[in-house]
Every structure is written in structure tokens, then in C-alpha cells.
Design a protein around this ligand. Structure first.
Ligand code: FEO
Length: 390
């Protein structure tokens, strides 16, 4: 698939993997995007694909360049969904020179033992000419690994952005947004951000600042569609999420063994509804997939977390969410806490301890009940719901 002139798409679709990184649900698969620039003086490959797809991948490359060798493999990101075929590319093309920064090349050794003397170590702002195309490299550390960088083709205005601006969801025939209905990919970009980049708001903001002056005519990320018409929307999505901007809304996240916490969660929702909150989402954490819960938390301004005491702490599915949130930028959210116990009060204390890391703002003192919930407890939960709208 030719994207522009001598720039080609050579990515693949993974419709088999059930969970990305072993964690995040993939109901519509995922694409591993790689790009080939077959220029007059040199051929460059930008990132590779998961090694499981190497057979299909090398066929796509050879269909474009035939017997011509690859001169450079530009490594924007070392996570193995993109670097997985690096060592095999090196075997097929022994003369290929890797292009990466100092951290990249150290990881090439660590992951694959495949660093060669002729590899190019680039710094921020360095450039490389392929003949017609001039590439410039921008280091974007912690977006979302320390070695991540982006490659900008000055000739065509194409940004090879790595994971940034990517999304879950395999590509269904189309590659470029100009030719497809992108509707289903936008929530998947937000879910990808919440799951993968949600901890790295500050580095994302820095990266956006660094790219701000570039003339962007095409964004080629490593997952999902190539952006041409909707570059602005992709950048705005990243700006909004990385700044912690949310819409008004309440996400109620709870775990329940025998229904008491669930009744309290319903009462919190009723209170918020009474107070005029229009957008309320409830996740039973024993049922909801974590990335969808995180997505809603990144979208909406208020979070209520509740669960029973369990083995001296909080119910495990609730603790799992708290651990995930503690590693993400969520400090601008309002938080409500509710928890129960039968003989030893631990759930509320545990949620509060996690909030020392999450740093959300408590809207009211936590609500706690012993054994079964009564009318007073449900009234307190409704008051908590109302407090989110105050
Ligand atoms: Fe798509 Fe961070 O790998």
C-alpha cells in the first residue's frame, strides 16, 4: 500500500491476541504498523512488527523492493510489538544499519544481542537523508518508554510517531483515514491512551510541545489508521487526556460479594442523578474489563470507589483498579469512597491509602457500614452521590 510517493505501509493485523501486553482486552484486534521508504539512494524501514507475523511481513517488504537491500531500520520504539522482527530483518539484510538513540541501541543489545558497529546513534534533532527524503529525529522519552522517539520526514511532512496517536483495533482493508469511516477508532484511541499512556501525561505534553511547530501532513503511528484528514482530532485527544481534562460525569467502580456494596453503588448513582449529574457510568469490577473502566475514568471528572473488606484489605478486584489508578495521572478527579466490613474495618482504610498515591480530591468523608446496609447507610450513599454535583 503506497501512502505517498515512495512511502509504503507494510504493517500487519493481529486478530488472534486476546490481551495486548497480556493485560488489555482486544475485541477488535490490533495492527502493528511498519513503513517502508524506498528512496533513490537508500531504503529505510520504520519500525517492524510482532515476530509472529514475520512471514507475511517480509513478503510485503519484498513485494515493494524486490532484491534491493534495506539500508536503514529506524527504531522509534523498542517494545517487542514493534521491535520483534528486528533480529530477523538483520538476518535477511545483514548490511542493514539500525538507527536509534543511545537508549535504543542499549535495548537492542539487551533484547536481541543484535547491535552492530555500523548502527547509527542519533540525538535529538539529528537528520538523515535517503536521497529525496530527509528524516529528522525527535527524542520523546517516556512516551511511553525511555527510548521512544519520533521520526519526521521533512520532505513529505510525515510524522512516524510510534505508539503516540495510535489506537486499538485492527485495520479492516483501509489504512488511511481519508478513505474509511474512522468512527470506531476514536474510543479505541482513548482506551489505548488510558491503558498504555495514562501514567505519562507530563512527557506527552512535552512531546506535543516539541512537535508543535512541525508542518504535519500525515501521522503514521504504530497502531491503527494513518491520519491525514483527522490529524487535528488525534492531537487534540492527546492534548486533552494528557492535560487531565475531563467532561462532567461520574464513574462508580465497585466490587461486591453478596450485594451490599452493589446496593450502595446504586444509591450513590441515584444521589448523583437526583442532583442533576447527567452522565453516570457504573462498573461492577468483577465484570468490567479494566481498560474500559480506565477509559471512563479518563473521560469523566468524578470517581466513586467502593468495596467490602476482604482478607484484611479491600476486595481484590477493587484493589486491582486502585493499583492501576495509582500509576496514572488522575489527580484532578473528585473521589468518593464507600466500603463495608463484617468484623474488621479495612476496605475504606485501604482505598484511602491508595489515594495517597492517586491524590484525588475527596468530595466528602468516606462512608462505611458494618455487615448489612440499612436505610441510614443508603441515605449516606445518596448524599455522597449528590456531593459530586455540589
Ligand atoms: Fe505498541 Fe509501546 O508498543
Amino acid at each position: 500500500m503506497t501512502l505517498k510517493g515512495h512511502v509504503h505501509y507494510v504493517g500487519v493485523n493481529d486478530r488472534v491476541k486476546h490481551r495486548f501486553e497480556g493485560l488489555w482486552f482486544l475485541p477488535q484486534g490490533v495492527s502493528y504498523n511498519s513503513y517502508l521508504i524506498a528512496d533513490s539512494e537508500a531504503v529505510a524501514l520504520v519500525d517492524t512488527v510482532d515476530a509472529a507475523f514475520f512471514g507475511e511481513y517480509i513478503e510485503k517488504i519484498q513485494a515493494i523492493i524486490g532484491e534491493r537491500p534495506i539500508d536503514y531500520l529506524i527504531v522509534n520504539h523498542m517494545e517487542p510489538d514493534h521491535s520483534g522482527s528486528l533480529a530477523l530483518i538483520r538476518k535477511y539484510y545483514p548490511g542493514v544499519r539500525l538507527v536509534g538513540n543511545a537508549k535504543t541501541l542499549e535495548m537492542v543489545d539487551g533484547f536481541y544481542g543484535a547491535r552492530h558497529e555500523g548502527d547509527l546513534c542519533v540525538g535529538d534533532g539529528d537528520s538523515l537523508s535517503l536521497g529525496h527524503h530527509r528524516l529528522r529525529f525527535y527524542l520523546t522519552p517516556m512516551l511511553h518508554w525511555p527510548e521512544t522517539m519520533m521520526t519526521y520526514c521533512e520532505t513529505e511532512g510525515i510524522l512516524f510517531s510510534g505508539d503516540a496517536f495510535g489506537c486499538f483495533g485492527a485495520l479492516n482493508g483501509h489504512i488511511v483515514d481519508t478513505e474509511m469511516d474512522t468512527h470506531d477508532y476514536w474510543p479505541e484511541m482513548e482506551r489505548y491512551y488510558a491503558a498504555i499512556l495514562g501514567k505519562f501525561g507530563a512527557p506527552v505534553q512535552k512531546g506535543l510541545q516539541k512537535l508543535g511547530s512541525l508542518d504535519l501532513r500525515m501521522i503514521c503511528s504504530t497502531h491503527g489508521p494513518v491520519w491525514v484528514n483527522e490529524i487535528g482530532r488525534a492531537i487534540e485527544t492527546y492534548r486533552r487526556f494528557s492535560a487531565g481534562e475531563t467532561e462532567e460525569g461520574l464513574v462508580i467502580c465497585y466490587g461486591s460479594m453478596y450485594g451490599h456494596t452493589q446496593r450502595m453503588a446504586e444509591a450513590v448513582a441515584e444521589g448523583a442523578a437526583e442532583a442533576g449529574m447527567r452522565r453516570i457510568v457504573i462498573h461492577n469490577l468483577s465484570v468490567s474489563q479494566p481498560s474500559y473502566v480506565l477509559l471512563d475514568i479518563f473521560r469523566y471528572s468524578c470517581v466513586a470507589v467502593g468495596g467490602p473488606t476482604y482478607n484484611g484489605g479491600v476486595f481484590p478486584v477493587v484493589e486491582d483498579l486502585l493499583k492501576r489508578l495509582a500509576g496514572r495521572s488522575v489527580a484532578k478527579h473528585k473521589l468518593g469512597v464507600f466500603g463495608g466490613f463484617t468484623w474488621s474495618s479495612q476496605a475504606v482504610k485501604c482505598i484511602e491509602r491508595y489515594n495517597e498515591q492517586m491524590k484525588m480530591q475527596l468530595v466528602s468523608p468516606p462512608i462505611e457500614w458494618k455487615q448489612g446496609v440499612g436505610a441510614d447507610d443508603l441515605a449516606a450513599a445518596r448524599a455522597l452521590g449528590r456531593a459530586f454535583k455540589a
